[in-house]
Design a protein around this ligand. Structure first.
Ligand SMILES: *Cc1c(COP(=O)(O)O)cnc(C)c1O
Length: 517
């Protein structure tokens, strides 16, 4: 009791000004008893009870958003992230930010906003692996190493990751060669684009390990979650001076850096006088694991004037169905689409939203998640549904997505990748459905160079005869954009990883790589 009171007093001591602001702590969505610091949550990744770590409250922006208008991306990142990562010192956090958002990005401003057909495309794909995952995975390794030092962790950290294509490469690029870490990536062997696969299997670095599995992304993600909760494996690791952490968006260290660009985008629109102070904007997010859109929801709760959060799905429209019926049901055919990073039927981060709309009720949340893992479905109560009014869900099928790429290209010359095209098509449906003319930011999550074949075929089927790299050069020509460095690098790179396993073999493959048992 005494120590608890003391810790509350200590946490309040750093209060600034008149506003009573307590530092953010984290607890599991399935058990609120144990509170831990941000650095501990980043190190753990997932809670032992299978739940996800959530902040005990969403902090408010420290000043009016207008004051962000003249800040650089790095300064904005510091102001936003320090609120969530309260136990990082200023020096530590600024160091992480400086090392993450540097010349790895091929644009000065890190996330450019491009206006096309009246909407603002927030280009989140200018990092090392040309997908928005770089926004968080450029900084996560630095946050993790800092967190390990702060908590006197002596073990080597093993990052275990399931990928639907983009997380894998972005995490590999972030952790390759980082001392004190190893990284293992599982991807669905036939569920990623040829460029995505080539990017991963050519990854250099002795501490990296890439494995294709016979199965889809959900199999990979479920398998990884099982390994995290495998007691025998954890013991064997511990004996050998190793411990797991996660680079998936279940790690709070992935989510927090993603809040930054929504604050930045709003301030940028203000600065360019595209919106007036206080004017609300809509945000459209092409969604898979629900991480990116949850970050936008956190930004809204911090005080960014956001009207609707528009959740765009591809044909795996489990989230659209959830928002329209209140029932989540993964019992359906899994579809492979041209937007593979959204081919997901179990959106992990939705659990963070469910927990919140259940009134932070860990028991209720745990019940629903148990139903999901046992029966593959659950339904939320009317009370919970009412709280989803901020969200609008819709989806675009393969035809609509391709048509969107083509018409955008023909109207403006701007080339959308397949994921962004899903969002763009959904935005058109939203406008037709609601007549809402609120200014809108569309999260542009990948470079079209990552999904060249689908993109070029959408523009003209004649391109299908070309090879992958011929297509890349042709895209560069017709889109009038230079081929990104990330693509040039893999043109001639040798394959360094060729392990493929069954989903039942994931544990033994991990043990082999780590040389344990
Ligand atoms: C990961 C990814 C998404 C989905 O993001 P979530 O945070 O998982 O919802 C969308 N588009 C691209 C290109 C991605 O890599």
């Amino acid at each position: 009791m005494y120590t608890q009171v003391l810790s509350v007093i200590l946490r309040c001591q750093k209060m600034k000004g008149m506003v009573e602001r307590m530092e953010v702590l984290y607890s599991s969505t399935r058990d609120r008893e144990k509170q831990i610091t941000a650095s501990q949550a980043i190190l753990k990744g997932l809670s032992e009870d299978g739940g996800l770590f959530v902040p005990d409250h969403i902090p408010m922006l420290p000043c009016s958003i207008k004051e962000f208008a003249d800040k650089s991306y790095q300064e904005t990142a510091y102001q936003v992230m320090k609120l969530f990562l309260a136990d990082f010192t200023e020096e530590e956090l600024k160091g992480c930010i400086a090392r993450a958002y540097d010349s790895k990005f091929d644009t000065e401003e890190i996330v450019p906003l491009v206006e096309a057909e009246g909407a603002f495309y927030l280009e989140l794909f200018h990092g090392a692996t040309i997908a928005f995952k770089d926004m968080a995975l450029s900084i996560l390794p630095h946050l993790m190493i800092t967190a390990a030092k702060k908590n006197q962790v002596k073990n080597e950290i093993v990052i275990l990751t399931a990928t639907s294509g983009d997380t894998g490469k972005a995490a590999l690029a972030g952790f390759a060669g980082v001392k004190g870490t190893k990284i293992i990536v599982f991807y669905p062997k036939n569920g990623v684009s040829p460029i995505q696969e080539k990017q991963m299997v050519t990854q250099k670095g002795d501490n990296t390990f890439v494995v294709g599995i016979h199965g889809n992304f959900d199999d990979a993600q479920t398998g990884v979650k099982k390994l995290f909760n495998d007691k025998e494996l954890a013991d064997a690791m511990s004996v050998n001076g190793l411990q797991f952490s996660s680079a998936n968006s279940i790690n709070i260290g992935r989510l927090v850096p993603q809040v930054v660009y929504y604050v930045y985008a709003y301030a940028k629109l203000l600065k360019e006088e595209k919106i007036a102070e206080g004017e609300k904007i809509n945000v459209v997010v092409p969604t898979g694991n629900f991480g990116n859109i949850l970050a936008a929801f956190y930004a809204k709760n911090m005080g960014v004037p956001i009207n609707k959060l528009i959740c765009a799905s591809n044909e795996n429209k489990v989230l659209y169905d959830f928002f329209s019926t209140g029932s989540y049901d993964r019992n359906r055919e899994f579809k492979l689409t041209s937007s593979p990073s959204m081919d997901i039927l179990i959106s992990s981060n939705l659990e963070r939203l469910i927990y919140r709309i259940a009134g932070n009720d860990t028991k209720k949340n745990a019940e629903l998640m148990e139903a999901l893992s046992e029966k593959g479905c659950y339904s939320i109560t009317e009370d919970m549904r009412v709280q989803l009014a901020d969200f609008y869900g819709s989806f675009a099928d393969e035809k609509e997505t391709a048509a969107r790429i083509k018409s955008m290209y023909e109207n403006t010359g701007y080339v959308l990748d397949t994921h962004t095209a899903v969002a763009s098509a959904v935005y058109q449906k939203y406008k037709a459905d609601t007549k809402d003319e609120t200014k809108t930011v569309i999260a542009s999550t990948a470079s079209p160079f990552k999904f060249t074949r689908s993109v070029m075929n959408a523009i003209d089927p004649k391109y299908d005869a070309m090879s992958d790299f011929e297509l890349i050069d042709e895209l560069s020509r017709i889109g009038n954009v230079a081929v990104p460095k990330a693509i040039e690098e893999i043109r001639t790179a040798p394959v360094l990883h060729d392990t493929v396993c069954d989903k039942t073999e994931m544990k033994s493959v991990v043990k082999q790589f780590l040389k344990i048992g």
